[in-house]
Design a protein around this ligand. Sequence first.
Ligand code: X5A
Ligand code: ZN
Length: 655
Amino acid sequence: MASGTALIYDEEMTTHKLLWSDPICDIEVPERLSSSYEQLRSYHLVERCVPVPAREGSEEEILLVHSLEHLEVAKSTQTMNEEELKRVSKNYDAFFFHPSTYRCARLAVGAALQLVDAVMAGKVHNGMALVRPPGHHSQRNAANGFCLFNNVAIAAEYAKLKYGLQRILIVDWDVHHGQGTQYIFEEDPSVLYFSWHRYEHQEFWPSLRESDYDAVGLGKGKGFNVNLPWNKFDPELVIVSSGYDSGIGDPEGQMNATPEVFAHLTHFLMQLANGKLCVILEGGYHLKSLGESVCMTVKTLLGDPVPQITGEMAPCLSAVESIQNVRAAHKPYWKWLAYEDTSFLQNLSTKSHLLKKANSNPSTEDESQITNNNNTVKVERFLELHMKNILLPMPPIKTAATGSEVSEHFFPEHVQLVKEMDKTEIKALVSGFYADLVKEETLLSLGSMFVILDKILKKEVCNGIAASPTAALSAAVALRHSVRFGLQRVLCVFVGDMQMIPNTEDGKMLVINICEKEQSRKTSCKHYISLNWKEDAEGNDFFSAVLGFILPVAYSYQPNLTVIAVGPNRSLGISGISLLVALLRGLAESRIFAVIEDTEISLMQSIAKALVGASTPPFGIYVPPTQEKVNKIKALRDQFQQEWKMLQCSVKDGI
Ligand code: X5A
Ligand code: ZN
């Protein structure tokens, strides 16, 4: 399995610059690249990456996507004087040529291809390319929106050709719609293009009708492949059009994404395509904000703990509405959307839009966006403070594991094995505070659990795994111990029969119990949720429960620690549980304590891998859940969405 994160940076791409005054283009400056790289250096991230050189993309490679005419025009600008450059630039919407533009754009293309090669050849696991000019607005025959050649699109065509890939996912999280990429792959079912972008009902640049949710692909990309590729899309490679212009302080995007948001986006995508992820820079125009966000992305690619998202964990109505519209528009093409009742949406959308327009009050809107003025100094100060809070409490990613009964080679590298606790020590600890939970004869089984949990609580390690003959008991004691230590919110996901259900009334614990049968002793309440789920034998339908219920609840709760325990009679397979662990690393700064029944040797190994973040458990082709399971999730969402706001997925729900 490949390891390591590639980083591609070539100073030469800073030579492309605006030579005249143009208020639209003047934010796309060379420092976007150099200062991001400096920032990476200052966090000591550069030295942790595998340096990969850029190269020039060949003419042939550029022609994979662009017309010969476009290539020739671009080539001809190399020898032009300023007047001529200005004249050619005016032929396009928001673009500027410099004599070195052509050379830089070829390096940007080549950098993207080098990254694809490094990932596909297994030299590295994933990577990021810092490039200029960006690419996603560029079209077959036109430069557009600071972009000359479509780096990401060429990378996708190249990967298809050179490696015979049949399914590539492009995720575009730039604040603008990558209409260039959309046009290029519109009819191509082998490339799934996902973009999210600011739209403002077509008022935000590029202000195109076809950027709306009802553009679902054309021709072959729509009709021809409805049954096969669109219903089961398990990508072999993920390429990110990585713009940071939705970042806080960005003068162009004017949105408010903090740097850690990009850590979470990256972390989610790392679970796909066996971790094969190529991140290629697009927009991002507030230098400090851009640099921090680039750093968060690279840190996450390297497997570092994922920082906590701060702020109110509730979706905004308008965002929920947009997502709902996308789901409705794609319902004909994606099997897993088929059960949703989404027909009523479109007019609702218009209604709330009009409502908002009528009520909009500029002064209060300004107040709600204190950080979102163009005052770059203010944002810089905010970021400085904020990043200190985000980064300082993060321990290095270290995993502790039970050491006594297993050999060193059992766990992946870097896992630190710990010795059991002294028997009298345990006795002393347990007899006072945990006496009601623990009987004398089971007491010794808690030894390694305490040692590992203490290391996590004291932040000596990031996560840990303990084998236990009595997982339910260990988990119950671990929860109480963590709360006693002072943690405010501990999330416990318990898989299997939980013979001992802790008292969750004070809200300091949230227990989600995944088991085959309904727990008879206790019905669900805000902080104890019983989720009956028996995994489909053929595949991983549990994925829908994780994404549709467990993660939204977990993100709403914002735990300081996650305890995952696997007891007897588990109803999930190893890959399902590993996926759960991998995704739960997105919470609680990746602090996870896993307690596994000691008979489960291969499960322990698989979880340990997920914990170190070195390898993503393969979950294969997504299996859509049965109607019964869909109903189950729906019922749970209905039951809990007032308590756990991130569960809201339709506008009707929120009212
Ligand atoms: C790559 C990118 C934005 C162009 C904005 C023009 N382009 N108003 O972010
Ligand atoms: Zn952009």
